[in-house]
Structures are given as structure tokens and as C-alpha cells.
Design a protein around this ligand. Structure first.
Ligand code: ADX
Length: 223
């Protein structure tokens, strides 16, 4: 009838009791609605194969710079794209989220869902988020079909990103004015098997973007 008790496994003593006011059934009573103009139709009318190109790396690694150039090149090829950028999405959809591990997980969960909807709409979606945890990047990959997720590791060592410090955030973090900063007092897990690993210490943004386009061709996502 909604009543429960909590028993300690070791001592077998009852340590708590409670009563459910109401159950959070959430999506239990929501059925999946079949939509006539489906993903294939959306993609066909755009004459392209949808995909998620997921850029991960430290703050200041160059993710957004490279993603911008990639989007310009795709636009020039007549592709239909959209760029989801961490800094921008955090001004709107995710403005309620900060930078604890749990908030980053939720940040990535939401953006993975948005990217998956955009793939459903037939778009080539560029996602530029630090996305520091392997598990959430895998979760994002699992939200789209096999072959549709292209993980790009924007591989910039911490020393290089920190030396650039374009937003002055590393200096702030080192002074202790910014906590949970990725690479300083918050972890970054490098991708285990990205589709592309870009060494930004040796390549311009333009050259890095060319590598991304070439990889998309290799993988059959572009003609
Ligand atoms: S993520 O870790 O949750 O994927 P996201 O890409 O959305 O991060 O946001 C990172 C951007 O937020 C950075 O480029 C930086 O400008 C800003 N930022 C502010 N505080 C932090 C912080 N504590 N750690 C990392 N980035 C931060």
C-alpha cells in the first residue's frame, strides 16, 4: 500500500520507515508516437546521411574553433548542419547547470538527446563540449545508429591549453577563484577509441577541419 521500511543488512535492525505520497511514473504512461515523415524521409529530402560529429577535449583545446571551420566547410558543400556549442547551450537549455560531476553528466545527457533529435531531423550535428567522461560519451554514441557517431578527440595537452588561456579561466582556477575546473581540480578522461585524434600542437584549425572532412568521407558519411 506504499508503506516501506529500511533494514540494515548487517544488524537486521529497522533503521527507517516511510510512506509513498505518490509514485513518479514519469514516462510509464507515455507511448511512442509513430511519425510519418521519419528520419529516412528527413535525410532523403536533404540529400545527405545524418551524423553526430562529437568534439571532446579540454577547455581551450580548440574544439569550437575547429567545429566552426568544419561547419563552414560542410555548408560550402551544401550540407545541412547545426553546431551545438557548450558555452552557448549553457546560456539557454542548460543554464541551470554548473560544473560538478553530476551537472556535467546531465549537461551531456541533454545535449546527447538534442543531438539525437537533430539526427532524426536529418542533420549533420557538430557537438563541441568538453564532455570529460567516457561513460557519457558512450551514452551519446548509443543514442544514434551504428556509424552515425564520429568522436573527434581535440588532443591538446593541458600545458598548451593553459598557456593559451584565451578566456583567462586557467589563471582563475590556479588562483583558486574557480573550482571544479577541468584539468585542474576536475578530471578529463581521454577517449579510448575516437574515430579521429587531432594533435592541435602541430595543425592549424583549417588543417584539423580538413582531417575531419576527410574522415567523414572515409567513413562514408559524405560523398
Ligand atoms: S562539460 O564538461 O560539461 O562538457 P562544457 O563544454 O559544457 O563542459 O562547458 C565548458 C565551458 O564552460 C568552458 O569552455 C569554459 O569556458 C566554461 N567553464 C566555466 N567554468 C568551468 C569549469 N569549472 N570547468 C570547465 N569549464 C568551465
Amino acid at each position: 500500500m506504499g508503506g516501506f521500511i529500511v533494514i540494515d543488512r548487517l544488524t537486521n535492525s529497522t533503521v527507517g520507515a516511510g510512506l509513498l505520497h505518490f509514485a513518479l511514473r514519469r514516462a510509464d504512461n507515455v507511448a511512442w508516437q509513430v511519425i510519418e515523415v521519419n528520419k529516412e524521409a528527413h535525410a532523403r529530402v536533404k540529400g545527405q546521411l545524418p551524423a553526430v560529429v562529437w568534439f571532446t577535449g579540454l577547455s581551450g583545446a580548440g574544439k569550437s574553433t575547429i567545429a566552426n571551420v568544419v561547419e563552414r566547410k560542410l555548408y560550402e558543400l551544401g550540407r545541412h548542419t547545426y553546431l551545438l556549442d557548450g558555452d552557448n547551450v549553457r546560456h539557454g537549455l542548460n543554464k541551470d547547470l554548473g560544473f560538478t560531476d553530476a551537472e556535467r553528466v546531465e549537461n551531456i545527457r541533454r545535449v546527447a538527446e538534442v543531438a539525437s533529435l537533430m539526427v532524426d531531423a536529418g542533420l549533420i550535428v557538430l557537438v563541441s563540449f568538453i564532455s570529460p567522461f567516457e561513460a557519457e560519451r558512450q551514452m551519446a554514441r548509443a543514442r544514434v545508429a551504428e556509424g552515425e557517431f564520429i568522436e573527434v578527440f581535440v588532443n591538446t595537452p593541458l600545458e598548451v591549453a593553459e598557456a593559451r588561456d584565451s578566456k583567462g579561466l586557467y589563471a582563475k582556477a590556479r588562483r583558486g577563484e574557480l573550482t571544479n575546473f577541468t584539468g585542474i581540480d576536475s578530471p578529463y578522461e581521454p577517449p579510448e577509441s575516437p574515430e579521429l585524434d587531432i594533435d592541435t600542437t602541430r595543425l592549424s584549425a583549417e588543417a584539423a577541419a580538413d582531417l575531419v572532412i576527410a574522415r567523414l568521407r572515409d567513413l562514408g558519411r559524405l560523398p
